[in-house]
Design a protein around this ligand. Structure first.
Ligand SMILES: [Zn+2]
Length: 302
């Protein structure tokens, strides 16, 4: 379907991969289904022709178009026919696989990176030691993406670096996190969990949203890289842990996702439960984390 022509014809604002917060192969617009942050979260996958919002997940094409265009469902199938399938776009978007690489310009943390960590209540030396992070100053690129002023967070899987994520330290970037482009990843960061597999307690896993939450909660925890977890990640969780405590932030959409995740895990015989906190786990103090973990472990013993 020629979604761009359709969006243009209906005067709908969208962004494509020319914008740096768009993954290649997706056309994004505002999601009509989720609450909280506005933003271009709803993606249309050009090659496989489906909608997925990175905050609230998969949506049927007909229902989504009807919401976006404010048209009754009965008109939508005609519209889909009218805008057809654009083969030339599909063929252009097949990703060519590349060797794994980190962005250029990556080196030890500079004062600006350490300052960011300290402001967020982290001990930079401890985070460097435990999580092998590195920093990028004014120059840093990979593919068409710019990684300047970011902390680079390697993703290990079975003791190998397979991908990375990065965190802006200036507070000015549109996308706080910017992951490794898909064509450079050895394993997609959305098919695995972020954390230190060797330190996990398979009797009780603690699931959080992002790497900085893992740094805060500690080595027993793991992250789904966003609240939009994937079926592959659920499979990994169910194969690894007997019980899982989910600690997403208190944003309404994050809580919707937490509850969906718990239902999915229970369906796969994982004893999953939700832990509601104020704010996000990354913002807690070490003392609060200690008390929370104590509470979780007591609940688990019952
Ligand atoms: Zn959404």
């Amino acid at each position: 379907m020629d979604i761009i022509r359709l969006y243009n014809d209906f005067n709908l604002e969208y962004s494509t991969e020319g914008h740096r917060h768009n993954r290649p192969g997706w056309v994004n617009c505002t999601c009509p289904f989720c609450t909280g942050n506005p933003g271009f979260h709803l993606g249309w996958n050009i090659r496989d022709e489906y909608y997925c919002c990175w905050r609230c997940g998969w949506h049927s094409t007909v229902k989504t178009l009807s919401e976006l265009l404010n048209l009754d469902w009965v008109y939508i199938s005609d519209l889909i026919k009218k805008y057809g399938i654009n083969r030339s776009i599909i063929n252009q978007k097949i990703i060519e696989k590349k060797e794994f690489e980190f962005p250029t310009g990556m080196d030890n943390l500079q004062p600006l990176h350490k300052k960011y960590l300290k402001l967020r209540g982290f001990d930079p030396d401890e985070i460097i030691e435990k999580w092998k992070i590195q920093g990028i100053g004014i120059f840093g690129k990979l593919g068409s993406l710019n990684y300047k002023f970011r902390i680079v967070i390697p993703f290990f899987w079975n003791s190998e670096i397979v991908s990375f994520d990065s965190r802006d330290v200036t507070g000015k970037a549109i996308n706080k996190y910017q992951a490794c482009p898909a064509e450079y990843e050895i394993v997609s960061h959305k098919k695995i969990l972020y954390g230190n597999q060797e330190k996990w307690n398979t009797d009780l896993g603690i699931c959080v949203e992002g790497p900085t939450d893992v740094w805060r909660i500690g080595e027993e925890s793991f992250a789904t890289s966003g609240i939009q977890y994937t079926p592959e990640q659920i499979r990994v969780m169910a194969n690894t842990f007997k019980r899982i405590a989910v600690i997403y932030d208190d944003d309404p959409q994050a809580q919707v996702q937490a509850k969906k995740l718990i239902a999915e895990l229970k369906f796969r015989n994982v004893d999953a439960f939700n832990v509601e906190i104020k704010g996000d786990p990354g913002g807690m103090t070490n003392k609060e984390v200690k008390e929370l973990l104590q509470k979780i472990k007591e609940k688990w013993k019952k």
